[in-house]
Design a protein around this ligand. Structure first.
Ligand code: SF4
Ligand code: F3S
Ligand code: FES
Length: 240
């Protein structure tokens, strides 16, 4: 099938403002991913096209971008998901994620995103080893409390689809809250109080207006808005 791809291009060393590049692939397959198509454009038509990717399998989180207006992983988005049934022509529009500075073409500066991530202490904290010197034990029920939020791959699709984050980049954002949730509700961890302080400040969870874009964007199907609601409940009702 024929696929026409329109890509938002920007090279700060040459361009005063972003522009649209139009490319056509005449022999694409429904089973191609958007990442496959971007690779073909880069390798066959314009080697200057710049994008991030690594695993190609939905695991590393490096190729989140706006595809036809919604944040998606390019490697997990197949042409068949976008193409109209029975049509042999498809149009795809690809842009960098919103809310982060564009470094070049589809590559954005992830540092502010990772600053928010680091602010929630995204690691296990417990200095008291079990008395028998063995592993920390945890019941299956306690493990289940944070199972969903362990699936995050830090792709930023949620945070960069959130209007509250677009309005104020100081908002810690849904991805950082997901990371905080993963440790706050871990019965073995001892730094919940410290994380809840970050969650409760003026750029924490209360900036969330329950818009749900984050949940819709998450390629790991994490119930992001639900996790945020649980952190809000921990702050107001002490439900940990
Ligand atoms: Fe990506 Fe989902 Fe993690 Fe957000 S919660 S960073 S969308 S994997
Ligand atoms: Fe934003 Fe998600 Fe809340 S889109 S406002 S973080 S529910
Ligand atoms: Fe790794 Fe898409 S390239 S998630």
């Amino acid at each position: 099938m024929q696929v026409q791809i329109r890509i938002r291009r920007f090279n700060p060393e040459k361009d005063n403002q972003p522009w649209w590049g139009d490319y056509t692939l005449n022999d694409a397959n429904a089973t191609d991913s958007v990442l496959d198509l971007l690779h073909r454009i880069k390798w066959e038509q314009d080697g200057t096209l710049t994008l991030r990717r690594s695993c190609g399998l939905g695991v590393c989180g490096s190729d989140a971008m706006r595809i036809n207006g919604a944040n998606r992983l390019a490697c997990k988005t197949l042409v068949s998901r976008i193409a109209k049934a029975g049509s042999d022509q498809t149009k795809i529009q690809v842009e960098p994620m919103l809310g982060l500075r564009v470094i070049k073409d589809l590559v954005v500066d992830m540092e502010p995103f990772f600053d928010h991530y680091r602010s929630v202490l995204p690691y296990f904290v417990n200095d008291n080893l079990p008395a028998d010197g063995r592993e920390f034990l945890q019941s299956p029920e306690d493990r289940a409390r944070f199972d969903d939020t362990t699936k995050c791959i830090l792709c930023a699709a949620c945070t960069t689809s959130c209007p509250s984050f677009w309005a104020n980049e100081k908002y810690v954002g849904p991805a950082a809250i997901v990371q905080a949730h993963r440790f706050i509700f871990d019965s073995r961890d001892q730094a919940a109080e410290e994380r809840l302080k970050v969650m409760g400040d003026s750029f924490g969870v209360w900036r969330c207006r329950t818009i749900f874009n984050c949940t819709n964007a998450c390629p790991r199907d994490i119930e992001v808005t639900k996790a945020i609601a649980e952190v809000k409940a921990a702050l107001t009702r002490g439900e940990i």
